[in-house]
Design a protein around this ligand. Sequence first.
Ligand SMILES: Cc1cc2nc3c(=O)[nH]c(=O)nc-3n(C[C@H](O)[C@H](O)[C@H](O)COP(=O)(O)O)c2cc1C
Length: 138
Amino acid sequence: MTIAVRYYTRSGNTKKLADAVASAVSAESKDITCPLDEKVDILFLGCSYYAFDVDEAVKKFIIENKDNIGKIVCIGTSAMMRSMKKPVRKVADAVGVTVADEEFHCRGEFAKIHKGRPNEKDLAGVSAFAKSVVDQEG
Ligand SMILES: Cc1cc2nc3c(=O)[nH]c(=O)nc-3n(C[C@H](O)[C@H](O)[C@H](O)COP(=O)(O)O)c2cc1C
């Protein structure tokens, strides 16, 4: 099974999740300026909300790499929203890419709220989540 990890981050929160996932499933964690150079079964995609949407760069990445994505599994650290599936699916559905129902989401530090998040517990949680996703796929 081929696995890739990509993330978009502005202040480092989502990168922390992506790095933890990569180390849990023995993959490399790269930002979304790195295209997928081969077809992957699972793409762990780290992204979060900014002004009620994902960044345009995330949308562009999905569209440009659609032929190499088997399935997207979202991981995110938005401060208020609790899921990234809606904005990711909006783009992915339009280009025929599947977004898994399962995802990992935890709080991310933003201004004065959620200090220190994601924390060690969040990182342990996302690591366990990623392993279970990969184990399920067999
Ligand atoms: C300009 C800006 C806008 C944001 N808008 C939202 C939002 O609409 N909803 C939300 O839940 N979080 C929002 N956040 C919080 C971020 O999603 C959160 O801090 C996240 O952890 C940032 O991840 P990053 O460090 O990987 O960029 C916003 C943060 C910034 C800087």
